[in-house]
Design a binder for this molecule. Structure first.
Ligand code: PMP
Ligand code: GLN
Length: 387
């Protein structure tokens, strides 16, 4: 048969699917793919079940049900002081994954350049390339992942159409500082470009740090597409409900991309997420506090086993340097080895790099698991590495 899409033929299956399958095969504790092992809030789940029963099961409005768009606008006001017109500036998508693609589609023409920050989430580069655009990647260096400002400035040029970045950042759990965001905002304005802000972990942030959307910076209101995910905010990753907040000029383009990707998202889930976004501040505070405790538990455990634990300011993930264990092999070999021989699964961090010469001694562990599961994972690693 003749060749199909050459780019897709050249890439592999996502690392999350690969490692979850390996974890299942070896009955390993899966600290790889990021998903909680407990259900989301009972009232939100009940609202989704109830909503199935009241006869609104046909196509919802293409941009999203009004209840959820209103709730997204209200959350923007409550958490960040952003005044958003729900009818003109909010789009509901089938997960943040779709939102990322829709936002890129909204602004890119073939040949445009997109600035990306590495390590990066695994759909960014493939989608940019499939749209015929060109990734311009700036790399952050462990262990502090500071923004290399001169390199970032140099990545912007006449062909730059947008920057796409993620804060709090998967996998390295960095939260961009106000100074770094201010620097990005200046570049975006100076080069007359757009910003696509993957903020799916906006509420999963620790140690009293505050999430600051780039959209709140001067000049950014109408250039920014801000992406959220109910999967992360309500620990319901299988629901795949995402939302994009963008100015009134960009939103119709995001919606035209969405209408050609999925058109709509399950109406009962949208209505339940609207209820979730209306939950009181205590819900959001306890979500972060619980996860912070789990972060501390896993960080202590991994350190006691001999891994070097990098700072973790947000997300579900701890990045570790396994070089101190003296393991003979790269990160892919390490993650496969601990899955098969210790019964614990992690994600090799090179999966989040596109360019050559990525560091090969880091593994990412998810801590969004029950405390007893984290304890068991640590005991297994300790048993294995003390042999
Ligand atoms: N961006 C980042 C950085 C993520 O970690 C995830 C989590 N899977 C997504 C986007 C996708 O979110 P969703 O599950 O809502 O599609
Ligand atoms: N965002 C999740 C992670 O980084 C996985 C999402 C997926 O499996 N596509 O682990």
């Amino acid at each position: 048969m003749r060749g199909a899409n050459t780019y897709l033929e050249s890439i592999g299956t996502t690392i999350f699917t690969v490692m979850s399958a390996l974890a299942n095969e070896h009955k390993s504790i899966n600290l790889g793919q990021g998903f909680p092992d407990t259900d989301g809030p009972a009232d939100v789940v009940q609202a989704a079940a109830d909503a199935l029963k009241d006869g609104r099961n046909q196509y919802p409005p293409m941009p999203g049900v009004p209840e959820l768009r209103q709730a997204v606008a209200a959350a923007n006001r409550r958490f960040y002081g952003l005044e958003i017109d729900w009818a003109k500036e909010v789009t509901v998508t089938s997960g943040a994954t779709e939102a990322i693609t829709a936002c890129l589609m909204a602004v890119l023409n073939p040949g445009d350049e997109v600035v990306l920050i590495e390590p990066l989430y695994d759909t960014y580069v493939p989608v940019v390339r499939m749209l015929g655009a060109i990734p311009r990647i700036v790399r952050l260096a462990p262990p502090h992942w500071e923004l290399p400002r001169a390199e970032l400035a140099a990545a912007f040029g006449p062909k730059t159409k947008a920057i796409l970045f993620n804060s709090p950042m998967n996998p390295c759990s960095k939260v961009f500082t106000a100074e770094e965001l201010g620097f990005i905002a200046q570049l975006v304005e100076r080069h007359d470009t757009y910003a696509i802000c993957d903020e799916v972990y906006e509420h999963l942030i620790f140690d009293g740090l505050k999430h600051i959307p780039l959209m709140t910076f001067p000049g950014m209101r109408d250039r920014t597409m801000r992406i959220g995910s109910a999967g992360k905010t309500f620990s319901l990753t299988g629901w795949k409900v995402g939302y994009v907040t963008a100015g009134a000029a960009l939103t119709p383009l995001v919606q035209k991309a969405h209408q050609n990707l999925t058109f709509t998202t399950a109406p009962n889930l949208q209505r339940a997420v609207a209820i979730g976004l209306g939950k009181d501040d205590a819900y959001f505070a306890s979500l972060a506090r619980d996860l912070q405790d789990r972060r501390d538990q896993l960080a202590r455990g991994l350190a006691s086993v001999g891994l070097s634990v990098l700072p973790t300011q947000g997300t579900y993930f701890i990045t570790t340097d396994f070089a101190p264990l003296g393991f003979n092999g790269d990160d892919v070999a390490f993650c496969r080895h601990i899955t098969e021989h210790a019964g614990v699964t992690a994600i090799p961090v090179t999966a989040f790099y596109d360019g050559p010469d990525a560091p090969r001694h880091y593994a990412r562990f998810a801590f969004c698991k029950r405390p007893e599961v984290l304890d068991e994972a640590i005991s297994r690693l300790r048993r294995h590495f003390s042999r």
